[in-house]
Design a protein around this ligand. Structure first.
Ligand code: ADP
Length: 175
């Protein structure tokens, strides 16, 4: 069971593909055509229908790829969730502050969730895997934005799903 913290924000150690929420967020890449980590796991567990919708989005709305910091939804195939919200996190940079783009991933994903009518949303720790974002900093941004965006009570639950103990600990400390 997710461990409730402050109003509507929960945290759980687990696999994003196994969350029974209205929408799960995918740490996608701009191609929308799949990748490793969360992206690979979502497409493997959700089946080929998600990729087919992503291809369609590429040819219709995003011929040059989904820009970093934006979010777009597909249905969720075989996942328990109804929708997957794909967002593209920024790659960590030492020389450039890209925090606004990371904040934008969380904000835009929740905006899309609201449009869909999703009341429960699960997030992975966007950008903290292959994209190299330091966990503490990523957690601070994630929690800050989600607090702001949930303050109006527009969601029943926004859940952070952390894959390993260390990430769980870092997010728990932020909350
Ligand atoms: P990015 O490319 O945005 O860094 P990754 O998918 O590589 O995205 O990793 C994002 C975070 O998600 C990392 O902290 C990673 O450990 C974690 N992660 C990987 N697989 C899963 C999963 N199945 N469920 C939840 N979190 C996951």
């Amino acid at each position: 069971m997710p461990n409730p913290t402050s109003a509507g924000i929960t945290i759980v150690r687990g696999d994003i593909t196994e969350q029974d929420v209205d929408a799960v967020v995918n740490a996608a890449n701009s191609s929308l055509l799949g990748g490793g980590g969360v992206d690979g796991a979502i497409h493997r567990a959700g089946g080929p229908g998600i990729l087919a919708e992503c291809r369609e989005l590429r040819s219709s709305r995003y011929p040059d790829g989904l820009p970093t910091g934006q979010a777009v939804a597909t249905t969720a195939g075989r996942l328990a969730a109804r929708w997957v919200i794909h967002t593209v996190g920024p790659v960590w940079s030492k020389s450039e502050d890209r925090s606004e783009l990371l904040a934008s991933c969380y904000r835009e994903s929740l905006r899309v969730a609201r449009e869909l009518g999703a009341r429960t949303v699960a997030f992975p720790a966007v950008s903290t895997g292959v994209y190299g974002w330091p966990l503490e900093d990523g957690a601070r941004t994630a929690v800050g934005v989600v607090r702001e965006e949930t303050a109006d009570g527009g969601f029943d639950e926004v859940r952070f799903v952390l894959f390993d103990e260390r990430a769980y600990g870092v997010f728990a400390a932020q909350l």
